[in-house]
Design a protein around this ligand. Structure first.
Ligand code: ADP
Ligand code: MG
Length: 249
């Protein structure tokens, strides 16, 4: 009996069926106790494997997304924020825009929750099974510049290119050189109509040319980003400062 059991475990292991292997002992005991039918036992064990794979994929994708912190889109308070409504966000949560390779651009001054929304939407996308990558603009530029010399950068960029959704946070906080802007433009062009891009920026379009140092390239870049996109211009008071005022009271 034990010999048979060990053999099954080693067979399942060589087939790579880790979910079944993990639950086999328990499932056998349960089946014996409840006199379960063969078919139902088989079904249950295969179900265990499928659940295990979904869970593993979710965990792998969460790690691979590189979210800097955890944010829940459902804890976002809309009361003091102009430019995006609860309906807008629940619309975005159906992720049809990701299926259709459309983009989302969130603009506004610091502290209005742009990064919160970006991470929150990203996490929900991972939960739905999409492959997501999160990068700050400064990190993304470093990646693009080091791709020929650093294998980890090539690895990351490959993941970015294969993602369903790429979140680029904080465009505009630091000016970028013309050469860097060109690398960024090439990336956006390659992703155009293949990968959804969610961008947050504290700078309006009118300031992008100055930030990128090249008006013609900026026009071409915006052309690609804005074609099939939803734009949210956030306004209101910084959440950080509001919180501080609450604490002071
Ligand atoms: P931004 O990216 O626009 O500068 P953040 O997303 O970093 O702003 O927000 C700053 C902090 O305030 C974060 O901890 C975020 O979770 C919180 N925050 C901002 N806006 C909201 C909001 N409307 N509801 C809940 N938390 C918010
Ligand atoms: Mg931010």
């Amino acid at each position: 009996m034990i010999k048979n059991y060990d053999q099954i475990v080693s067979q399942l292991t060589s087939l790579g069926l880790k979910g079944m292997t993990k639950r086999l002992n328990e499932a056998l005991n349960e089946a014996e106790a409840s006199k379960e039918s063969y078919i139902s036992f088989m079904q249950r064990l295969i179900g265990e494997e499928l659940n295990y794979r979904v869970e593993r994929r979710y965990q792998r994708n969460m790690v691979g997304a590189h979210f800097p912190v955890h944010k829940d889109v459902l804890t976002f308070k809309f009361a003091n924020v102009k430019g995006i409504s609860e309906q807008d966000v629940s619309g975005l949560l159906d992720f049809r825009w990701v299926d259709n390779h459309h983009n989302v651009l969130i603009f506004g001054p610091p502290g209005l929750g742009k990064t919160h929304l970006a991470i929150g939407l990203g996490i929900k996308a991972v939960e739905k099974g999409y492959v997501v990558c999160f990068e700050r603009m400064t990190t993304l530029i470093k990646l693009l510049k080091s791709v020929d010399i650093q294998r980890s950068s090539t690895f990351r960029l490959n993941r970015i290119m294969k993602s369903d959704l790429v979140i680029i946070d904080e465009i505009g906080y630091t000016p970028i050189e013309k050469k860097e802007a060109n690398l960024f433009f090439n990336l956006v062009s390659e992703m155009y109509e293949k990968t959804s891009v969610l961008i947050t920026s504290n700078k309006g379009f009118q300031d992008w040319a100055e930030m990128m140092g090249d008006p013609i390239m900026t026009t071409a870049l915006l052309d690609r980003l804005l074609h099939h996109s939803s734009i949210y211009n956030l306004g209101g008071d910084s959440y950080r400062i509001q919180n501080l005022q609450e604490e002071v009271k």
